[in-house]
Write a protein that binds this ligand. Sequence first.
Ligand code: HEC
Ligand code: HEC
Ligand code: HEC
Length: 428
Amino acid sequence: MNSTANSTTTSTAPTTDTTTAQIARGAYLAKAADCAGCHTAPPRVTHPGAAPTATPAFAGGLGMVSPFGTIYSSNITPDPRSGIGRYSYDDFARAVREGVAPGGKRLYPAMPYPSFAKIDDADLHALYAYFMHGVQPVAAPAPATRLPFPFNQRWALAVWNWAFAPSGPFKPEPTRDAQWNRGAYLAQSLGHCGACHTPRGAAYEERGYSEADPLFLTGGTNDHWFAPNLTGDPGSGLGRHSAADIAAFLKHGHGGGLIAFGSMVQVVEDSTQYLSDADLAALAAYLKSLPPRAPSGHFNERSRAARQSVQALKTGDVERPGAGLYAAYCARCHQTDGAGVPQKYPRLAGNPAVLSASSTSLVRLLVEGGRSPRTEHGPEPRKMPSFADQLSDSEMAHVLTFIRNTWGNAAAPVTTRDVSSVRGALHK
Ligand code: HEC
Ligand code: HEC
Ligand code: HEC
């Protein structure tokens, strides 16, 4: 928080009931909700060869890929013309919780208002105080969203909202303790974890908004990243990971040998790394309470096959397609025994993301490469190379099938067609 928050240097003087503490609280909640992650455009390259320069926070213009086309986020700085400076608290509450901007403009659910509907009044007042008094106004309109017909008909979203969007605040579960309820609140409202981790239906609606719904947090695909099952499934879910591992993963992007990749990197960098230890523990406790659902994949480190595969890789005595590719291209970082290197390279043995029902993220990572999260207190970021120019579609299928079925891992094979369809969609 900058110290100008409640001084006269900001555009609007805070009212008497807006305290510095409330603005600071709002700044924390904006991190928990990752408002900046979606409402800040990527760094701009002003001329060829120049280093990219950061764009102003909250000024909008990030293009979000949806099945209907690219949706640009709005400028939500307090600028009166380009941003939300003229919003009353009620306007703000209606936009954030119901997806209706002043003038009746319906927002696309790329803005996660179906989750934000559960943000409580005290938190929403703090967020409003922060956006009005703690954020620098930026006088530059965000690019307009132009979707093809019929998706450009925003009025139709009223019907969508009527059919799908949940309404009303979060209801605490009286049979659970305060920590569980705090975790449930964070996951379901501000954290909008379900926006990525819950499967979507044909109308792009999330198929559940709380643990009462059987598909809630069982895994979902957005923009060709599959966000895994976060329930207690011991294969592709979090069943074998402790609450402490999960909290560490959210804080540093590293936990229990897993490293955040794909769209989770930004979630860790922009949002979860800033959560207090108590809030991280609450989120982890809540996730650990979810019963195993949508089971997929298995891991048995003591199986005979597990021992054999390590031995075979060590001696080079392997005939399975993919083994040679693994030894040549992957083992130097992920190691022959698939255990990775702590703080550097993720373990692949028993990694739920490797065992997931969907291989979309694995293919995308292999094609594009990746970088582990950069956080204030976590390990240095490391790169996973892109294999787009080195491996053919069938080689990628072989090496992925291999890592999904070695060291005690057991998951459905990846076919050449699976790889081709993701690469085709990514144009890579
Ligand atoms: C997952 C991405 C995402 C996150 C997180 C997100 N937004 Fe949005 N938001 C959007 C998109 C995209 C739009 C534009 C939707 C449209 O044009 O229909 C939008 C629109 C809005 C609008 C409407 C502005 C207008 O008048 O057009 C407001 C207000 C808003 N967001 C506030 C917030 C706040 C506050 C937070 C954090 C609590 C937040 N958003 C978090 C994606 C996001
Ligand atoms: C923008 C989409 C997105 C959002 C929002 C999101 N995640 Fe993720 N998450 C992913 C993806 C993609 C992965 C798979 C890559 C990886 O394992 O890091 C993932 C992985 C994870 C993992 C590791 C699971 C595993 O099996 O490896 C955990 C734990 C997790 N997310 C927790 C959360 C929590 C808690 C929230 C809400 C506070 C959240 N995520 C919000 C996209 C998202
Ligand atoms: C130079 C070291 C290096 C090499 C070589 C490498 N990787 Fe990686 N790999 C990484 C790093 C670093 C990450 C974390 C990436 C991120 O966070 O975006 C990673 C992540 C992964 C993940 C996601 C698991 C997780 O929890 O983050 C999979 C799956 C994976 N690599 C498979 C492979 C395969 C298959 C190969 C060989 C074709 C390979 N890697 C080669 C460094 C490497």
